[in-house]
Design a protein around this ligand. Structure first.
Ligand code: ZN
Length: 393
């Protein structure tokens, strides 16, 4: 199979190159080409691939097939010699995240003896799974401080190949997965990793490393982290959010969490108070309704009460007086019919259902003393209740 010379191994800052087309293929219905040499990094080793153009045609995806690098294109290229151009902001972002990941992994090992079990550098989110069941905030702060100290020292990041029989002399953080010649990425004197990824020349280019989230996964911790430009954007977003929240409450940034906690407790207490007041008002209403009752049946459709409030009223009424209640109320999507009768009357309100069903379509049911029906025919509650009352006569 055609072997591609990997220019990104020699120089990760090379963004333009010339090459010969040595093979044409089709991948997932898209045209694809193999070149004799390429600066396009494929999706490999936990790092997403480069994008860019070849002869002005968009490179959608870059995949690895053994020693062959395949460029999936937006449309076919007829030429035999081509000019490639790497999307540099995307490449540099991946370099910042990947070099940052190596340093963060070593910092986790140094501070809490946590080994890196897996990592992923995605287009949006990068993650690192570390073999520790938990970590304290002060320890996580120490990990970040250690990692960023390496950036502040602006240590050199070197890449070199080591023959298989000499690899034992390199203090690798993890044993290599591949056999044969191993590519080592060394953050000078700090971390040695077997890695085929694209990296910055110096740690200072990473700018900043920040862990943004920790989740429990299996018996380990999975961290989300951001480096470089992503760290800046993350800080900008969060700073804006914090300032907006602080402005709502007119408090200092650091007091927001406590202020929100206090406000939520106040809302909870107020809701409880409102509920008690509503119950008190309802008990007055119940008295008034009972007082105004003419005959054994009270019939009403409430326009300004929720079905819950009306049900509460109905139950209170039949507990206090030997009455039959035929109420209607409107919910958000449906209207409710609430039928209730004092137990002393020996009446089964379910016997009203056929008369109501003859007027409107309803669903629901209940006990001999309380029935709740729902309907989408909002306008016919009155006639339906009237039919129920008539069936009693
Ligand atoms: Zn790596």
């Amino acid at each position: 199979m055609a072997e591609t010379k990997k220019l990104y191994f020699e120089d990760t800052y090379l963004i333009e190159f010339d090459a010969r087309v040595i093979e044409k293929r089709e991948i997932e219905g898209r045209p694809a080409i193999v070149l004799d040499r390429t600066a396009f990094y494929p999706e490999a080793g936990g790092q997403s691939c480069d994008r860019g153009t070849i002869n002005g045609v968009s490179v959608l995806h870059v995949v690895e097939d053994g020693e062959t690098i395949i460029h999936v294109l937006e449309r076919t290229i007829e030429a035999d010699t081509v000019h490639g151009r790497i999307d540099w902001p995307r490449r540099f972002d991946r370099m910042q995240q990947h070099s940052g990941q190596h340093i963060l992994s070593q910092a986790f090992y140094e501070v809490v003896k946590g080994t890196t079990l897996s990592f992923h550098i995605g287009d949006e989110v990068s993650t690192l799974e570390i073999g520790v069941p938990k970590i304290s905030d002060p320890d996580l702060d120490k990990v970040e401080a250690r990692a960023n100290a390496v950036l502040f020292e602006n240590r050199e990041i070197k890449t070199y190949f080591v023959p298989e029989d000499k690899i034992g002399t390199v203090p690798l953080r993890k044993p290599p997965k591949k056999e044969g010649r191993i590519r080592v990425v060394e953050v000078s004197g700090f971390d040695y990793s077997a890695c085929g990824g694209t990296h910055c020349r110096r740690a200072g280019e990473i700018g900043l490393i920040k862990v943004t989230k920790a989740d429990r996964i299996r018996n380990n911790l999975r961290f989300e982290f951001v480096c470089g430009g992503r760290a800046l954007r993350d800080f900008q977003d969060k700073n804006r959010t914090v300032r907006q929240a602080a402005a709502f409450f007119s408090v200092a940034d650091r007091d927001i969490a406590a202020t929100i906690g206090k406000s939520l407790a106040e809302i909870k207490a107020l809701k409880k108070k409102v509920r008690k007041l509503e119950e008190r008002i309802a008990s007055y209403e119940v008295r008034e309704i009972i007082h105004g009752a003419q005959g054994k049946v009270i019939q009403a459709v409430f326009e300004d009460k929720s079905p819950e409030e009306v049900r509460f009223l109905a139950v209170q009424i039949i507990h206090r007086a030997e009455l039959i209640v035929l109420f209607g109320a409107h919910g958000d999507n449906q209207s409710h019919l609430i039928l209730a009768a004092a137990e002393g009357l020996g009446l089964d309100v379910r016997t009203f259902i056929p008369a109501i069903s003859a007027v409107i379509q309803v669903r629901g049911g209940g006990s001999p003393s309380l029935v709740e029906l729902v309907t989408t025919e909002k306008g016919n509650l009155g006639p339906a209740l009237e039919a129920a009352r008539k069936s009693l006569e």
